[in-house]
Ligand binder design. Structure first.
Ligand code: DAT
Ligand code: MG
Length: 169
């Protein structure tokens, strides 16, 4: 019930989610799906203690990808980025938890896998910037925009995590 109320509040006032209810948009890119990294990536976020609230396998349209990467439209790699991102299915996810946006970025590593530390997803599973297997929102504001771009409100689940008492004090 509280979850439903927060959901309606966040939707109407576009206030986003804060504290333990912060949300981020994570996507396993087509190379991550092809290379069978979906389970491993899900596993890392689950084990960390974040809560999964949305999950789907999608073939992204060019229109959606253009909007998703609109800030990068003037970059020389933009066209290549769109064709890479539309080259196969993507696993789109929404994860929830305290500081999830910043923490997910740390778990992912740097944009260029060569700069990513071992132990991060990009540090462990990829080599080139143009095939860096995962996307994660870079701020709470972009998370809000990306979640509403990739998911309908009714695709996000409100559920009580029975492990919450063991994750938050
Ligand atoms: P991030 O995905 O870490 O948020 P970004 O938003 O700057 O990085 O760029 C989006 C994606 O664009 C990135 O994951 C891979 C691609 N990209 C970025 N810089 C690139 C480059 N110099 N050459 C090729 N692709 C690049
Ligand atoms: Mg980015």
């Amino acid at each position: 019930m509280i979850c439903l109320f927060l959901s309606i509040f966040a939707y109407i006032f576009q206030s986003g989610w804060t504290g333990v209810n912060e949300r981020t948009f994570i996507a396993v890119k087509p190379d991550g799906v092809q290379r069978k990294l979906v389970g491993e990536i899900l596993h890392r976020f689950e084990r960390k203690g974040f809560k999964l609230v949305g999950l789907k396998l999608v073939q992204a349209s060019e229109e959606l990808l253009r909007e998703h990467y609109w800030d990068l439209r003037s970059k020389p790699f933009f066209t290549g980025l769109l064709s890479y991102m539309s080259s196969g299915p993507i696993v789109a996810m929404v994860w929830e938890g305290l500081d999830v946006v910043k923490t997910a970025r740390k778990m992912m590593g740097e944009t260029n896998p060569a700069d990513s530390l071992p132990g991060t997803i990009r540090g462990d599973y990829c080599v080139e910037v143009g095939r860096n297997v995962i996307h994660g929102s870079d701020s709470v504001e972009s998370a809000q925009k990306e979640i509403s771009l990739w998911f309908h409100q009714n695709e996000l689940q409100c559920w009580e995590n029975s492990a919450n008492h063991w994750i938050y004090n």
